[in-house]
Design a protein around this ligand. Structure first.
Ligand SMILES: Cc1ncc(COP(=O)(O)O)c(C=O)c1O
Length: 450
């Protein structure tokens, strides 16, 4: 059997799959924090184009991908599905392990699957500039890439701790014409307020989102772009799972377990959601989202209405949350340091369709090295969470003598994360176990109806 199962460019999916009609119960709507009534779409229209707002609330099972977006996706899609023979051998497992390699995009992760679509729809709506946040820098560089293709300016607020850990992500964004500054910054009210309270704040995705939303809300020519969490972002990522299903069919395989790491939930959803109707139809399949122990949104959070950002500028979303002012420890998987989880992933989690597990940082780096030494690829610290879980599942298969098939999403490479690997080799990384007191304190500040 071949190592890599490839599809031709002509076989790129022509539509996105929307999980909404296949949910076990309806999604609760975003609420206006002032009234606790369903948010009027006009509330969103200040910062998002109408085409994306329509996708956010769509109940259609499939939504066509516009041709100019397909033109961009074709630069790297369909991505390879790879049988990890050498990892299987290294683990001595009877399990078959497949991974979908999303690291082959120009920016190095799954994120351009949605940035291409978002830049396109904003351009169509006459917008000239996009503002966004980025954690690890993967999303910022993906949006910079897409803005470059569609002739838009791009402004990125990058979480300070990652900005300092990964200076070359900024350079990459600049190469594609974007501007990137550390967050909290002195450019917005939200940033200045945090700096007043803590001048050495490491930042968080919640703070950076507040800055980018404030930037977009304050300028006519600017919209806000989000790299995860929202329904339409997860929708755009479903090309991953759709391709994987077709590729597995060609390999004569079907997964028993599907695994992805979870920050805001988009790469996991992109891989797992196309399997949801198959599971509902009776296929025996486990869908597992993996998060860091330092930011255990699904495994230790509450399912409640909360803000998507630190300073309460977004509508309220019903989601698994650690509280919008929870600032996670500065782990190297910067893209997993988010207090909330996508409402769609949260609902499926609470309904038992998907499972959630959490892993400590050191075990994830150990898994990344096992993967690098067997399959060759140096993966992003975010992705290493998925790989740690894959290795555990493969070892379990060995103990049980079961020949199960494991599929996971290799969400990104770690070529800009060498400083993190250096620290790991030098023994300078630590496990931040579940920061119970900080989470408890943050959950006291969940919004309440007045
Ligand atoms: C490589 C990689 N994987 C995963 C994630 C987590 O995001 P999401 O849960 O939206 O896929 C990120 C976010 O920055 C990332 O860069």
């Amino acid at each position: 059997m071949d190592n890599r199962i490839l599809l031709s460019e002509r076989e790129l999916p022509k539509s996105w799959y929307n999980v909404v009609p296949d949910l076990p119960k309806p999604l609760e709507p975003p609420l206006n924090p002032a009234t606790w009534q369903p948010a009027d779409p006009s509330l969103l229209a200040a910062i998002f184009p109408m085409a994306l707002i329509e996708q956010e609330v769509s109940a259609a099972r499939t939504i066509p991908i516009p041709e100019p977006v397909l033109d961009i996706l074709r630069l790297w899609r369909p991505t390879p599905l790879v049988r990890a023979f050498r990892l299987e051998q290294a683990l001595g497992t009877p399990a078959k392990i497949f991974y979908k390699n999303e690291s082959v995009s120009p920016a190095g992760s799954h994120k351009p699957n949605t940035s291409a679509a978002q830049a396109y729809y904003n351009r169509q709506a006459g917008i000239k500039r996009l503002a966004t946040e980025t954690g690890a820098g993967q999303w910022g560089s993906a949006l910079a890439l897409a803005c470059n293709f569609f002739g838009l300016e791009c402004m990125v607020y990058m979480v300070r701790v990652s900005y300092e850990q990964k200076p070359h992500r900024r350079t990459m964004m600049e190469a594609w014409g974007a501007k990137c500054i550390p967050s909290p910054s002195d450019q917005t009210n939200a940033g200045r307020k945090v700096l007043e309270e803590d001048p050495s704040s490491p930042g968080s995705l919640g703070i950076a989102i507040s800055e980018a939303v404030e930037d977009a809300a304050g300028r006519q020519d600017t919209n806000y772009s989000l790299g995860s969490v929202l329904n339409y972002v997860l929708l755009h990522q479903t090309v991953i799972g759709q391709e994987a299903i077709e590729q597995l069919k060609r390999a004569g395989a079907f997964p028993d377990v599907v695994i992805g790491c979870c920050g805001g939930g988009s790469n996991f959803a992109g891989m797992a959601f196309p399997f949801v109707p198959l599971k509902a139809a009776g296929k025996d399949i486990r869908l597992i989202g993996v998060e860091p122990e330092a930011c255990p949104t699904m495994t230790k959070g509450l399912y409640a209405y909360d803000f998507g950002d630190k300073s309460g500028m977004t509508p309220l979303l019903k989601m698994d949350t650690l509280g919008h002012d929870f600032i996670p420890p500065g782990i190297h998987a910067g893209g997993l340091r988010y207090h909330g989880m996508a409402p769609l992933v949260s609902l499926l989690h609470r309904e038992g369709v998907i499972e959630a597990v959490s892993y400590p940082q050191l075990k994830c780096f150990e898994a990344a090295i096992t993967f690098a030494c067997s399959e060759g690829l140096i993966i992003a610290p975010e992705t290493s969470h998925a790989v740690a879980c894959v290795i555990d599942e493969a070892r379990k298969a060995k103990e049980e003598g079961k020949e199960k098939t494991i599929l996971f999403n290799l969400s990104g490479h770690g070529h800009f994360d060498m400083a993190a690997y250096d620290k790991y080799f030098a023994g300078e990384l630590e496990n931040y176990s579940y920061p119970e007191e900080k989470i408890h304190a943050a959950l006291q500040h969940l919004p309440v109806m007045k």
